[in-house]
Each structure stands twice: as structure tokens, then as C-alpha cells.
Design a protein around this ligand. Structure first.
Ligand SMILES: [Zn+2]
Length: 209
């Protein structure tokens, strides 16, 4: 479990910022871990602000909501730069679903941390094809602390790091959770991808006849 180097400012130290990143597949508990850290900061009377991309409106516009329904109020934003204004008085900034922001998120997180803010970022490290997702690889590089959380493969029970898409859509952003995706280990993810491309080849062959 991640233990903060410092939660509050109890020792009258000058404020020092840093970046933490929590990554994993879908159903890995990323958002729960983000909420856990933010709640601890609140107990230490830190000023906390949470942001998420405005496009993620699956459940509630103003809540960071995880799948097990523990939630924290958050502010939906379109551009990472908005955080520089909105978070000017914060000790801690949480960012959920960070993979949906553009590359400028990395610079904004650096700026916040340089100005003494503790930045906690949660997001998918890979998309449904197993490719690094949006600004996440660069964030992992600049972060002081990286936590990779794992799901459990629904097929074999092994540790899962992939978000396997059951639905046949080629969009990188497809929100809808449980019915469209499942967590899979490397082996079962590859098997599933092969089954999908075999099914596609069959479909093409059938339409030709
Ligand atoms: Zn598996």
C-alpha cells in the first residue's frame, strides 16, 4: 500500500509538491485508490480539489465516482490549463480518468507540483488494444511515485492488466463500463483479440458468397 511521504504540513515545513500516478486496467481499483489518498489528505486538513475530463459523464457530472459507489465531488474540465486557475489555493489536486486529457496535462501537472502542490493522477495506462493511452506514459516518466494496480482476469483468475473490449467498436473512447469491457490477463487478452479477428475474417468471407 502506498504511504505518503507527508500528508499534512504539521511540521511547519515549506510546502513541497510532487506527482503521484495510479494506473491500471479497468476494474483495477484506480479510482478507489485515488479517493483513499484524497480522503486521508482531507483528514490532515489539506485543501483538496478534484478534476476529471468533461466528457466522462457516465454517472454524475460533478462526482468522481468509482464502481463501488464511494465518491467525491469533482469539477469537470475540458482543458488541463483550467486547473492552474481553479487549483491555485490547493494543497492537493486529484485528477481522475486522466488518459482522456491531451498531452498538455503533463506540463500542467509539473507546474502544479513545482508550485508546491501534491498532484495525484489516476488513469488507464493502456487502451483496449493494449497501447499506451494518451498522456499516461509521459506522466509515469515525470512522477515521483508510480502505483500500478491490477484487476483479476474474468477468464482464468490470474492478475489482469488489460481492458478487453467485448463490443466491436474502433473508437478509443468508449464509455459504458461493465457491459462493454472486461479485465483480462495477457494470455486471455491475446486469445480474445485472436478470436475477434478470426470472427471478422469469417464475417468478410460470408458476405463475399
Ligand atoms: Zn486470464
Amino acid at each position: 500500500m502506498f504511504i505518503e511521504p507527508r500528508v499534512g504540513n504539521g511540521r511547519e515545513l515549506p510546502r513541497r509538491g510532487w506527482i503521484e500516478v495510479v494506473v491500471g486496467s479497468m476494474f483495477s481499483g484506480k479510482t478507489e485508490e485515488l479517493i483513499r489518498r484524497l480522503n486521508r489528505a482531507k483528514i490532515a486538513r489539506q485543501r483538496v480539489e478534484i478534476f476529471k475530463p468533461a466528457l466522462d459523464t457516465r454517472y454524475h457530472v460533478e462526482d468522481v465516482v468509482s464502481h463501488n459507489a464511494t465518491s467525491i465531488r469533482s469539477t469537470p474540465i475540458t482543458f488541463p490549463q483550467e486547473m492552474l486557475l481553479l487549483a491555485s489555493n490547493c494543497d492537493v489536486v486529484g485528477i481522475d480518468e486522466a488518459q482522456f486529457f491531451d498531452a498538455s496535462l503533463v506540463e500542467v501537472c509539473n507546474q502544479l507540483a513545482n508550485h508546491g502542490v501534491r498532484v495525484i493522477v489516476a488513469g488507464l495506462d493502456m487502451d483496449y488494444l493494449g497501447q499506451p493511452f494518451g498522456p499516461m506514459p509521459a506522466l509515469l516518466a515525470v512522477a515521483e511515485y508510480v502505483t500500478k494496480v491490477h484487476a483479476v482476469c474474468v477468464r482464468c483468475g490470474d492478475i489482469a492488466t488489460y481492458s478487453f473490449r467485448k463490443a466491436a467498436s474502433a473508437e478509443q473512447v468508449l464509455l459504458g463500463e461493465t457491459d462493454s469491457y472486461e479485465a483480462r490477463c495477457r494470455h486471455c487478452f491475446l486469445e480474445g483479440q485472436q478470436e475477434k479477428s478470426a470472427a471478422e475474417t469469417d464475417a468478410v468471407a460470408t458476405t463475399k458468397h
